[in-house]
Ligand binder design. Structure first.
Ligand code: NI
Length: 173
């Protein structure tokens, strides 16, 4: 168990396309996933992608019970998602505020698909899929973007909707 340092925007590894996991249920994989959850929890994140702790593999973790940073978000089960794929359902999009542990202190408004089916593998290598919407769908899209070297600021359409969380939250209160 270890809380790892989170790479910040500007680090070149965050811009790389990560490699698929080929071996499941190994001690190294379990230990990496534990480190990812420890790091996510230590920073009160709702998700973390392996590249954010310097590992260029297609692994994301996410989940939320109650989170101070996202008080209005519904709950999402604690999930390990490896080699994910996403199928967008319909063409409904919605704008929502996002933050990222690799872009600390900032928030930006990003359009994401409202509904999707995601599939992939758990740490044991069992395939699963889920049909999700709203905040759950947003978190998955944000995390999977990390595996393709994309950070949310590159998806912001209106840069006046990007700034420091403290400033934005004081306006919306
Ligand atoms: Ni992020």
């Amino acid at each position: 168990m270890a809380v790892k340092q989170v790479l910040r925007m500007g680090h070149p590894l965050l811009l790389q396309v990560s490699k698929p996991v080929e071996e499941f249920n190994t001690p190294a994989l379990h230990s990496l996933i534990q480190d990812m959850f420890d790091t996510m929890d230590a920073h009160e994140g709702v998700g973390l992608a392996a590249p954010q702790i310097g590992v260029s593999q297609r692994i994301v973790v996410f989940g939320i019970t109650h989170n101070r940073r996202y008080p209005d978000a519904g709950s999402i089960p604690m999930t390990v998602l490896i080699n994910p794929s996403i199928q967008i359902i319909g063409d409904d999009c919605c704008f929502g505020w996002e933050g990222c542990l690799s872009v600390p202190g900032m928030r930006g408004e990003v359009a994401r698909a409202n509904r999707l089916i995601y599939s992939g593998f758990d740490a044991q290598g069992s395939r699963f899929e889920r049909d999700v919407g709203d905040f759950h769908a947003r978190v998955v899209q944000h995390e999977v973007d990390h595996l393709d070297g994309l950070l949310y600021p590159s998806r912001i359409e209106n840069m006046s909707r990007f700034g420091f969380a403290e400033e934005i939250e004081s306006l919306e209160r």
